[in-house]
Design a binder for this molecule. Structure first.
Ligand code: SAM
Length: 273
């Protein structure tokens, strides 16, 4: 097992990751916010090589699929054994410990799920490979299954990194200012407003005047309005679930009337020609 970081004095979160490729995690976890969180002891990440829990000479972790078919399947024994070797380290809440399988068949990952996971003190992530894991891992070991999108990756490692990154930045103390994650896209159900930095004019393109005048109330209103407009344009399905004031709902209704009407969904390319 390779440990990245030391648990600090303040309450820290422990994430154990099962993988066949531990080296993949070195670079992403040793840069930026994740690295700082590890150094500060806010999170402790243990990487376990599934191969270490094999007992045969060749450390075999996969085998042919029963019933025939292309590709290999990850065997259940080393995965069960690795998880069982981690559990005694877990000091509290082992009964509610999330054991998460990364799989394209899992529930779609979202900011809401990242929030939910950030409340746990411990979690275990299992990265599949090849054709996936033996079904008994799903049925009798894991408590949750997460997909990072409707596409198929070669392994769960990148997916685990995505989940860890999104969860760790929500942990108390990880981001410099708490406000910076609260304004992020999805945090309050909207996409974030546009951001600008210096220079005030670049190649003739100016930063909106309101941001330069220093009136904080006006800036807050402008940002809120921009976030609503942007969400309506890009992710209209989010707007109905967002928590908006009456005035903001009226703004949405007004904007909806101005938006170009989308073509009917049954219009195919052939009948537009
Ligand atoms: N045969 C599997 C299927 O069709 O559901 C896909 C196996 S995939 C090639 C190998 C591994 O990559 C999976 O076991 C899973 O751990 C990981 N993986 C692939 N796509 C993923 C996704 N969208 N989200 C999370 N994990 C994914």
């Amino acid at each position: 097992m390779r440990t990245l970081g030391i648990a600090g004095r303040i309450r820290s979160v422990q994430i154990d990751i099962l993988t066949l490729f531990p080296q993949m995690f070195q670079s992403p976890f040793s840069t930026g916010i994740l690295n700082r969180a590890i150094d500060q002891g806010l999170v402790r990440i243990n990487i376990h090589n599934i191969r270490d829990c094999t007992h045969d000479k060749h450390h075999i972790v996969d085998d042919y699929t029963y019933g025939g078919g292309a590709g290999m399947v990850l065997k259940p024994e080393p995965i069960f054994e690795t998880v069982e070797s981690i559990k005694p380290d877990i000091k509290e809440g082992v009964d509610i410990l999330p054991i998460i399988l990364l799989t394209p068949q899992g529930r779609p990952f979202s900011q809401e799920i990242a929030n939910e996971l950030s409340s746990y003190r411990y979690m275990i992530l299992i990265c599949g490979r090849y054709e996936g894991v033996d079904e008994r891992v799903r049925e009798h070991l894991v408590t949750d299954e997460i997909s990072i999108g409707d596409y198929v990756l070669s392994g769960g490692d990148l997916a685990a990194m995505v989940v860890v990154d999104a969860v760790v930045r929500l942990l108390p103390g990880v981001l410099g200012s708490k406000a910076s994650s609260m304004d992020d896209s999805y945090a309050a159900g909207l996409l974030e407003y546009p951001q600008y930095t210096r220079p005030a004019v670049f190649r003739g393109w100016s930063v909106p005047q309101v941001l330069l005048l220093g009136n904080h109330a006006q800036i807050t209103n402008w940002r809120r309005e921009q976030a609503i407009k942007r969400t309506l344009e890009r992710r209209p399905e989010l707007i109905d679930k967002a928590s908006l004031s009456l005035g903001e709902r009226q703004l949405v209704d007004g904007l909806r009337n101005c938006l170009p009407t989308p073509p009917p969904s049954n219009l195919s390319l052939t009948n537009t020609i």
